[in-house]
Write a protein that binds this ligand. Structure first.
Ligand code: AMP
Ligand code: MG
Length: 401
């Protein structure tokens, strides 16, 4: 754990988050993309959608029963001749003979001449006649055309986050595509000579690249479209080449590793010469951070320790990505600490915690390599920079992971 105080020149968490948000917020005006209905799920509608047809499309029965004229049953019970059966899908153009009843199914068209439906439960039949046990009034159990939505009426307004209920309404009026905003396209580029992809043997000194897949998952879970997940060695020429490829297909690029003070800090070395800003944020984990704009594309550079990478994403990228995707803000709560906590002076600390019966418990120490322990957490505990020791029972703010 870093118990060192933050350097005097360190950026505050809020300042760096603002910097990132300013860089990413213009992506709100990204292109409208007419998407097939199923691919529009979870995206934001860019334009109002009006109903091209009315619903119900035609007068139909709300019940399985008998269609008739209310005046044919002046007193109940009454027995009427049976004039056939109308199923859902029938054309419904055969008029009801005067004084008769016709058997009708839910959703079937009301025959011309009928003005009410008597539910099957209130009737008995011998196959030739039907005995109606209850009187009905004109309009009973009839769904009138346009009673749900009229043609031309607003069905779903611009800005709506498309959910299954919207898709149901839009499909019911026969639409096949929706004008939704394109998702933010994100590329992930991890760095480190020590990394190998999962599924390959681990030679001595090597570790699996977990940040690539973790960032991709974090992006997808927060409404972005992941266009590439690549890994570069610590060779600057290789990194520069791969970064160029990433900026060609993405609206924003996320890099991991190579931003601290070691000998092979490829991300910082390359991007700082291209105008990137690299510095230390007064936080733990996730201190070393960088932002750059390469070929017009924002590049966010996170430190490589797996917990640092994910905490950086949570703190700096997730809120703005959710805003851009039209997703709800991350819930935050104030809860008491179950355990006492120590924290470095001047650094805002994000500890991994678990909510347990109204309090928050630590899942591990502060080490930024403790990625297996992080899997046990459901919240980040936000310890303010000034706090150095908090007793059990102290109230802290937590944010959902
Ligand atoms: P760096 O920020 O490049 O100095 O890396 C810090 C630590 O995180 C080192 O122990 C790296 O091996 C580890 N690390 C860097 N990138 C990854 C990654 N993509 N997956 C897992 N661990 C990583
Ligand atoms: Mg590295």
């Amino acid at each position: 754990m870093s118990t060192r105080p933050a350097p005097a020149s360190a950026w505050s968490v809020d300042d760096h988050r603002d910097r990132v948000e300013q860089l990413l917020r213009p992506l709100a005006w990204r292109a409208v993309d007419p998407a097939p209905m199923a691919e529009a799920l979870g995206r934001r509608l860019a334009e109002d959608v009006r109903a091209p047809v009315e619903l119900p499309v035609f007068r139909n029965s709300a019940m399985d029963g008998y269609a008739l004229r209310a005046e044919s049953v002046p007193t109940a019970p009454a027995t009427l001749p049976l004039a056939g059966v109308i199923a859902a899908g029938d054309r419904g153009d055969r008029p009801l003979p005067p004084g008769a009843a016709v058997k009708i199914m839910t959703g079937a068209p009301i025959p011309p001449g009928a003005d009410c439906v008597v539910p099957v439960e209130e009737t008995s039949t011998d196959g030739v006649t039907v005995t109606i046990g209850q009187r009905c009034a004109a309009g009973d159990f009839i769904r009138e055309p346009g009673s749900d939505v009229r043609a031309g009426q607003l069905l779903v307004p611009a800005g709506t986050l498309v959910q299954p209920r919207h898709i149901a309404a839009l499909a019911a009026v026969g639409l096949t595509t929706l004008p939704v905003f394109r998702r933010v396209r994100a590329a992930v580029l991890t760095t480190g000579d020590e990394l190998v992809p999962a599924g390959t043997p681990l030679a001595p000194g090597r570790i699996y690249d977990s940040n690539g897949i973790a960032l991709a998952a974090a992006l997808a879970a927060n409404g972005a479209e992941v266009v590439s997940v690549e890994h570069s060695t610590d060779d600057p020429a290789v990194f520069r080449e791969m970064l160029s490829a990433a900026t060609k297909s993405a609206d924003v690029v996320f890099t991991s590793g190579g931003v601290s003070k070691g000998d092979f800090e490829v991300v910082k070395d390359v991007l700082a010469t291209l105008g990137g800003e690299f510095g230390s944020v007064a936080m733990q984990p996730g201190g070393p951070q960088g932002v750059s704009v390469i070929d017009g594309v924002p590049v966010l550079s996170f430190p490589g320790n797996p917990v640092s990478t994910l905490v950086s994403f949570e703190v700096f990228a997730r809120p703005i990505l959710r805003e851009l995707a039209g997703l709800s803000a991350i819930p935050k709560y104030t809860v008491p600490l179950r355990d006492p906590v120590q924290s470095p002076a001047g650094r805002r600390q994000f500890l991994r915690g678990r909510l347990e019966s109204g309090a928050v418990a630590l899942v591990s120490g502060p080490g930024s390599h403790l990625i297996a322990a992080m899997a046990q957490a459901d919240v980040l505990i936000d310890i303010p920079p000034a706090a150095t020791e908090l007793a059990a029972g102290s109230n802290v703010e937590v944010r959902e992971l």
